[in-house]
Design a protein around this ligand. Structure first.
Ligand code: ZN
Length: 122
């Protein structure tokens, strides 16, 4: 196998750091916004339903991001584990090689393009 695992390990570790920082930023953002909201509710009471709905929607989007980031961290760790195990770059479904262009774009990919598309359709 001709996969440069040293390079991909570096990519994965960089991505891991980036995602962790993003999650931290999101958490700090939540904390700040909570305080603002409490102040707002105290001042405006219940005739600002529209504003409240917007705030709720914003927060849902953030939670989704946080959830996705958390899932990405799990996948990055799994990929690092596959590098250690020597199975990195092998499709978990068909056992074929994952294309280098795919690993460059998604270093944590565990499926080849064909199997990833199939998994999405399920
Ligand atoms: Zn496959």
């Amino acid at each position: 196998m001709s996969i440069d695992t040293v390079r991909y390990r570096t990519l994965l570790l960089q991505e891991r750091e980036r995602v962790e920082r993003a999650i931290e930023t999101l958490r700090e953002d939540h904390a700040g916004r909570m305080d603002e909201e409490v102040a707002e509710i105290g001042a405006a009471h219940d005739n600002h339903l529209a504003d409240t709905a917007t705030v709720t929607l914003d927060r849902e989007i953030d939670y989704t991001l946080e959830e996705n980031s958390g899932r990405l961290l799990v996948e990055i760790d799994a990929a690092l584990g596959r590098i250690e195990a020597g199975t990195y770059g092998t499709c978990a479904t068909c056992g074929g090689e994952i294309a280098a262009e795919r690993l460059d774009a998604y270093p944590w990919a565990s499926l080849c393009i064909a199997d990833a598309r199939q998994a999405e359709r399920r």
